[in-house]
Structures are given as structure tokens and as C-alpha cells.
Design a protein around this ligand. Structure first.
Ligand SMILES: *[C@@H]1O[C@H](CO)[C@@H](O)[C@H](O)[C@H]1NC(C)=O
Ligand SMILES: *[C@@H]1O[C@H](CO)[C@@H](O)[C@H](O)[C@H]1NC(C)=O
Ligand SMILES: *[C@@H]1O[C@H](CO)[C@@H](O)[C@H](O)[C@H]1NC(C)=O
Ligand SMILES: *[C@@H]1O[C@H](CO)[C@@H](O)[C@H](O)[C@H]1NC(C)=O
Ligand SMILES: *[C@@H]1O[C@H](CO)[C@@H](O)[C@H](O)[C@H]1NC(C)=O
Ligand SMILES: *[C@@H]1O[C@H](CO)[C@@H](O)[C@H](O)[C@H]1NC(C)=O
Ligand SMILES: *[C@@H]1O[C@H](CO)[C@@H](O)[C@H](O)[C@H]1NC(C)=O
Ligand SMILES: *[C@@H]1O[C@H](CO)[C@@H](O)[C@H](O)[C@H]1NC(C)=O
Ligand SMILES: [Cu+2]
Length: 649
């Protein structure tokens, strides 16, 4: 499936390139002092065309910490107080903050982040969700794909230029640490923002789901004492929220306040940093919101009343603070599995000069805002031009006329289904057999033990990074793997794609479980979303049905019915449905594509798209950390060395 490791490196013209890049590496690490680094505050500036490019430096310190901890009670230490919702729990945050520190830079800046792991017993990597990393392929932050995880007590320096603007974010790609605080906003501003005249200022709305215990407690899940599986206990808005203890009725925490000046228009940068399968629906009471970008990619404006996002999605919309001077509720409702527990959270949109509490009484969970919904769960009209009540992500039009992907037949096409391999159906004899190889699993909320399948394979994590260490190729799937392997088929799935090919993926849900709308995220790219819809709602999906959908797609291409399909990097596949996406493979590298729900991708709902060849990548950075198995031949001391240590006199 993959070409032989790295032999192509040693062609003379590539050696020259290697030499050039080594020189650059040398200069970076031995540069004259560090006065050229800019701080977070210096980098958060107005971006002007032709403005100076900055090197923006951040230090991320990761440690075990606690919400509502001592810093919350020492006067003047508020900065180090992580309150969350006031429920005391252990967290694993960055710089003791929830969410992590803001990275806000201008297009073209170089971002340098030293991630220092000071949390014993853990490892970490940081993924810069939405950043292409073209030319910086080693800094994508995927463990065992683009780097070794950062062990505790060591520091790893990420450095990459940001070449695509928009509302992005960062999060750990190891374990479920994102759910314990390892996430924060990453905003890249465009000096020539085409929507600039539509707004006066901007605000970040970072949403994350929240558990009242370390998320590790839910791996694999305690099916007898926590029948809810991985459902979150709460939602945080910009890191805070309130919470009422159901037994004592005591309320803790406080609500986030977003201040606005009457008469100004605000670009709301909404980031869904959820880890669980719940979706977030947000509404700004009394205000409509005009969508101008999805996952950082500009679209023609479209005004809606409430917006749904799934893990990994971002949406930018503009509200006009032209209503009666007052405070207004911001209501975030958990959808999908969160409907069972009615998890929701409030924040306050406070006009300057208004009282801090809205005059409207606080909405309850069931009080969904009426009106037009964006990216909702009903996708029955996504294949039509009717967006009067529900706006699907594929119905928005890209602002950048990009007709480069409209050829009728793509260069490469893959139809990829995803589903759960259900051990419970086998009376668990595959899971708990003696002499077993201990397959992983997670406990779903119906007490079944599952792992995740993507293209009929559950992803096996190699012991070394695919990008930098050919020892990782050992676990990569063989070309005939599917026909020969035992269920569930387990290997490191890598799909090779030629450089610059037009790639079409049809991703579909062949499991159709109630309330699950899996968001698929592609690293290194944005893709255009062509089709979105549902297949049969019951029964097995047949090849004929997939064929029908693809034929209809081909017909639309032939008839020229697609007009500027919008770009995204994360797309929510409707329950029992599909998405058809396309991208031009112009960024060589090893790019993960995966369901963004943590428990799904960690149990195998992911694979790697390998674009191009190794020689098209920058060489492995000097001193890049390595990791691998170490299982040497057996020996006795005397066999191995020929004599004993220490040697007798
Ligand atoms: C910059 O220099 C100062 C003082 O020499 C040092 O403490 C700091 O760690 C340096 N920062 C970086 C990013 O190298
Ligand atoms: C949070 O505060 C709002 C407004 O005071 C209140 O209506 C709501 O019940 C509180 N929520 C929780 C979970 O305590
Ligand atoms: C509820 O809160 C009050 C006031 O903060 C406190 O005195 C009381 O102990 C709390 N009750 C419980 C059961 O925690
Ligand atoms: C407030 O702003 C909205 C959106 O821009 C606009 O449609 C509406 O007419 C404005 N209302 C007033 C009272 O100016
Ligand atoms: C949209 O898809 C549905 C099936 O989900 C199909 O019945 C309908 O004809 C399609 N509409 C258009 C306009 O293609
Ligand atoms: C797994 O199989 C068991 C037994 O057939 C069933 O009860 C359960 O609902 C299934 N779970 C899923 C998620 O399909
Ligand atoms: C995937 O696996 C299922 C069940 O093991 C099988 O029915 C199906 O034919 C497989 N699909 C492909 C494309 O191999
Ligand atoms: C779906 O396919 C599975 C085998 O892959 C079979 O056991 C099951 O009966 C089928 N379900 C329906 C509704 O056809
Ligand atoms: Cu999933």
C-alpha cells in the first residue's frame, strides 16, 4: 500500500534540497538571540495588508491542576483560578486556564509553541485544528503519525507558518485530554478580510463539554455505575458556566459575559471544542446571526437564528447589537445524546450600560430558539435549494469562486463507510477469550462493548511516527489485508493518493444509531462539501443505494448544478447518511482523517491519507524525537558480551 521507505531521499537533486533545509534548521536553532520573538500580546494586533510578519512565541505548560482550587481563594490570584462550573475536579489544563491561552495572529505569522509536559504519567501532542501545515508537516500534532507523543518532563517545540486565516483552535490529540482542558482558540486574521465591512469588532465563543471527573474515568466506561456511557455532565462557554448539584440544589460557578457596545456589529467566532457525541446548538436571544465563514472559510452571508455545530466545527456569524440596551441570554443546548440528560448552559450578552442580568427569564433546556436553523439535524432538504427553514453547510456558497474541483470524474475516489464492531453480539467471546491479544473497546450507553470501524478496518496505532520512521510500516495494512484478516480487521490504514490529484471521498454511516451524527475531520486541508443527505433510515445500506447517490452526484456535475460548493475541514455526517467531499491533494504528507468524537477515533474510526512521496516533504527536522518498540534478541549476560560485568580483577 505504501512505497518503500525513504529510498527516494538519496537522489542528488533531493540531497541538495535536504542540505538547504538543514542550513535553515541550523540558523533557526542558533539564531542571534531571541529578541525577534513577539509575545502573545504583540501578536494580537490589527492585521494590515503588507504588515510586518511576526514570530509569535507561546509557552504551554501542562500539569495536573484542579478547578475551584486554592488560587480561587487567595486574593489577587484569580488569574490562576480555573473555576469551570465550580465543581471541584482534577484537570489537565494548559497554563492553568480553561480554555487554554488565546493564540491570535495575522496571516503569514510564524507560530512557535513550546509544549512543556509537566504532568507525570501522561503524554501529549497538540494539534492545530484547521492549519494546513504545508511545509510544516512534522508539526500537525498527531501521535505516531507526525510525531512521537511528548513524554512527561519534556518539551517539544512546534513551529509553523499560518497560511490560512479563520477561526481555528488547538487541542491535544492524545487520549481524551481535550475534555480535561487541553484546548483553546487559535485565530488567524486576514488583513484583506472580504467581510471586513460587515462588522466592527469580534468576540470568541469557545464551547466545550465537561465531565465532573477526569475523562480517563470513562475509558472504557463503567457500564454498571455510569450507564450514561460518555455523556458529559455540563457544557462550558469560554471556560465557565454554572451547575446545580442535583442532591443539595446548591448552585456553583458563574455565567460567561460577552460585552457589546450598543450599535456595533460583532463577528462571533464560535468554536465547538466538544469531545463527546453531543452537538452544541447556540442562540443569541433577541438577535439573528449572519453566517460568514465555516471552519475558517468565507461564504456568502446567510442570516439564521440558531446554529448547530459538532465536535471540531467552527462557524463565524455576525450579530448586530442594535436592540434595546439590555442583557440577553446566550443559550447553548446539547443535542443528540445530551437530549437524554438535558445538558445546557447559559451566557450573557451584555450591552454596555445594561444591568448584568437579562430582563427575560432564563431559558430552560426545552426552550429552543424559533426560526432558521443552521447545520441542524434534519438534512432532508440539503439536496435542494430550499434553505428557508434549515440551512445545510453544503447550501452555503463559497465566497472564493473555486471551480478547480468541478470536473465530472475525480482522479481518485474512495467510498468509506463507518460503523461499530459490536463485541456484545458475539457474546463477547472475541473480546474476553483466553490467550487473547486484549483488543481495546469502549462501553456504549446501551452496555455494549464496541470498537470503531472506518472502511471496514479499525485503525491500529503504530509504535513510531509514519512520517519520520519507517519502523512504523510494520503495522500498516497489506494490500490484501481485508480478504485475509480476522474480524475485526485491525491494522494501520493508509490510503495513498498521488500529489495534486482531485480526490473525492464519499463517507457514509452504515450503523445508523439514534442521535449520532459523526463529524469527520481531515488534517492538512479543507475540502469542498458537494453532497449531504440521508440514506435509508432502517436496514442495511446496499451498494445499489450508494451507486444511486453517486450517480445523482455525477449527474449534478454534468449538468453544472454545483455552484461554488463551500469549503470546510470538518463535516457532520447525518445519522444514517453520507457526505461527498472533494479536495485537491496539493499538500504532501501523512494526514489523518477521522471522526472527531474522541471515543470513536481513539477506538479506530480514523485512517491516514498519504499524499505524494517522502521526497516531497521537508526532511525530518534535526534531532526530531524518536520512539519505537524495543524487543531485542534474548541473551544471557555471558552470551552477549562474552564475559560478565563488572569484570573481576
Ligand atoms: C529568550 O531569552 C531569555 C533570556 O535569555 C530566555 O530566558 C528565554 O527562554 C528565551 N526564549 C526563547 C523562546 O528562546
Ligand atoms: C444558571 O443560572 C441561571 C440564571 O441565573 C439559572 O436559571 C440556571 O438554573 C442556572 N443553571 C444551573 C445549572 O444551575
Ligand atoms: C450549600 O451551600 C451553602 C452555602 O454556600 C453551604 O453552606 C452548604 O454547606 C452547601 N450545602 C452542601 C450540602 O454542600
Ligand atoms: C438591527 O440589525 C439587523 C441586522 O443587521 C437589521 O436587520 C435590523 O433592521 C436592525 N434593527 C434596527 C432597529 O435598526
Ligand atoms: C433528495 O434526496 C432524496 C432522498 O434522500 C430524494 O428522494 C430526492 O428526490 C432528492 N431531491 C433532489 C432535488 O434531488
Ligand atoms: C450491540 O449488540 C448488543 C447485543 O446484540 C445489542 O444489545 C446492542 O444494542 C448493540 N449495540 C450497538 C451500539 O449496536
Ligand atoms: C465490511 O465488512 C462487513 C462485515 O464484516 C461485510 O459485510 C462487508 O462486505 C465489508 N465491506 C467491504 C467493502 O469489504
Ligand atoms: C444486515 O446485515 C447483517 C450482516 O451483515 C445481517 O445479519 C442483518 O440481518 C441485516 N439486516 C437487515 C435488516 O437486513
Ligand atoms: Cu464517530
Amino acid at each position: 500500500m505504501v512505497s518503500p521507505p525513504f529510498t527516494d531521499f538519496f537522489e542528488p537533486r533531493k540531497l541538495f534540497l535536504l542540505f538547504a533545509v538543514l542550513l535553515i534548521n541550523f540558523n533557526l536553532s542558533h539564531g542571534a538571540g531571541n529578541e525577534s520573538y513577539a509575545t502573545a500580546e504583540e501578536c494580537k494586533r490589527e492585521c494590515i495588508p503588507g504588515g510586518e510578519r511576526k514570530i509569535c512565541y507561546y509557552k504551554f505548560h501542562i500539569e495536573f491542576y484542579i478547578t475551584d482550587g486554592p488560587a480561587c481563594y487567595y486574593p489577587g490570584m484569580e488569574k490562576e483560578c480555573a473555576m469551570a462550573d465550580g465543581f471541584q475536579k482534577t484537570i489537565l489544563p494548559i497554563n492553568r486556564m480553561i480554555p487554554g491561552p488565546l493564540i491570535e495572529v495575522c496571516l503569514g505569522d510564524l507560530v512557535v509553541v513550546d509544549v512543556q509536559n509537566a504532568a507525570p504519567g501522561t503524554e501529549v501532542t497538540m494539534h492545530w485544528h484547521g492549519i494546513f501545515q504545508n511545509g510544516y508537516q512534522y508539526y500537525d500534532g498527531v501521535p505516531y503519525v507526525t510525531q512521537c507523543p511528548i513524554p512527561s518532563s519534556s518539551t517539544f517545540r512546534y513551529q509553523f507558518e499560518v497560511d490560512n486565516s479563520g477561526t481555528h483552535f488547538y487541542h491535544s490529540h492524545v487520549s481524551t485530554y481535550m475534555l480535561d482542558g487541553q484546548t483553546g482558540p487559535l485565530i488567524v486574521k486576514n488583513p484583506v478580510d472580504p467581510h471586513k465591512q460587515l462588522y466592527d469588532d469580534e468576540r470568541i465563543v469557545h464551547l466545550n463539554d465537561w465531565m465532573h471527573e477526569l475523562s480517563l474515568e470513562r475509558i472504557p466506561g463503567r457500564f454498571r455505575t455510569n450507564p450514561l456511557g460518555q455523556a458529559p455532565d455540563n457544557i462550558l462557554i469560554n471556560g465557565i458556566g454554572n451547575w446545580t448539584d442535583p442532591s443539595t440544589r446548591n448552585t456553583t460557578g458563574r455565567l460567561a459575559v460577552i460585552h457589546v457596545q450598543p450599535g456595533l456589529r460583532y463577528r462571533m467566532r464560535i468554536i465547538n471544542a466538544f469531545s463527546t457525541v453531543c452537538l452544541a446548538e447556540i442562540s443569541f436571544h433577541g438577535h439573528r446571526c449572519t453566517v460568514i465563514a465555516q471552519d475558517g472559510e468565507d461564504v456568502w452571508p446567510k442570516t439564521v437564528d440558531r446554529l448547530v455545530t459538532s465536535s471540531g466545527e467552527r462557524v463565524d456569524c455576525i450579530i448586530n447589537a442594535n436592540k434595546t440596551v439590555d442583557s440577553y441570554w446566550i443559550h447553548v443546548r446539547g443535542l443528540g445524546e445530551c437530549e437524554n440528560t438535558a445538558v445546557h448552559q447559559l451566557a450573557i450578552l451584555q450591552y454596555d450600560g445594561a444591568p448584568s442580568i437579562p430582563s427575560e427569564s432564563p431559558p430552560q433546556y426545552a426552550d429552543a430558539a424559533p426560526g432558521v436553523i443552521y447545520n441542524g439535524l434534519d438534512t432532508s432538504k440539503c439536496n435542494t435549494t430550499d434553505d428557508s427553514q434549515a440551512v445545510c453547510v453544503n447550501q452555503l456558497k463559497s465566497l472564493n469562486a473555486n471551480s478547480g474541483l468541478l470536473q465530472v470524474y475525480p482522479d481518485v475516489q474512495h467510498v468509506l463507510d463507518f460503523w461499530f464492531f459490536n463485541y456484545t453480539q458475539y457474546g463477547d467471546r472475541l473480546l474476553f477469550k483466553s490467550n487473547s491479544d486484549y483488543p481495546g473497546f469502549f462501553d456504549a450507553n446501551d452496555n455494549s462493548q464496541l470498537i470503531s470501524m472506518f472502511n471496514n478496518i479499525t485503525y491500529e496505532t503504530p509504535a513510531s511516527p509514519l512520517i519520520s520512521d519507517f519502523r512504523s510500516y510494520q503495522t500498516v495494512c497489506k494490500p490484501n489485508q481485508l480478504s485475509t484478516c480476522n474480524e475485526p480487521c485491525t491494522c494501520t490504514q493508509v490510503i495513498p493518493v498521488p500529489y495534486r490529484a482531485v480526490v473525492e471521498l464519499m463517507i457514509y454511516d452504515s450503523n445508523q444509531l439514534e442521535g449520532l451524527h459523526h463529524p469527520f475531520h481531515l488534517h492538512g486541508y479543507t475540502f469542498q462539501v458537494f453532497g449531504l443527505g440521508t440514506l435509508k433510515t432502517t436496514g442495511n445500506i446496499t451498494e445499489a443505494e450508494i451507486g444511486e447517490v453517486l450517480n445523482d452526484h455525477t449527474r449534478r456535475l454534468k449538468e453544472g448544478l454545483y455552484k461554488n460548493p463551500p469549503s470546510k475541514d470538518t463535516v457532520k455526517i447525518p445519522q444514517g447518511g453520507f457526505a461527498i467531499i472533494r479536495f485537491r491533494a496539493d499538500n504532501p504528507g501523512w494526514w489523518l482523517i477521522h471522526c472527531h468524537f474522541s471515543w470513536h477515533h481513539l477506538t479506530g474510526m480514523e485512517l491516514v491519507i498519504r499524499v505524494g512521496e517522502q521526497y516531497q516533504l521537508p526532511p525530518v527536522p534535526m534531532g526530531f524525537p524518536e520512539c519505537s518498540n524495543w524487543t531485542p534478541a534474548l541473551y544471557t549476560l555471558s552470551d552477549f558480551y562474552g564475559f560478565r560485568f563488572p569484570q573481576p580483577y
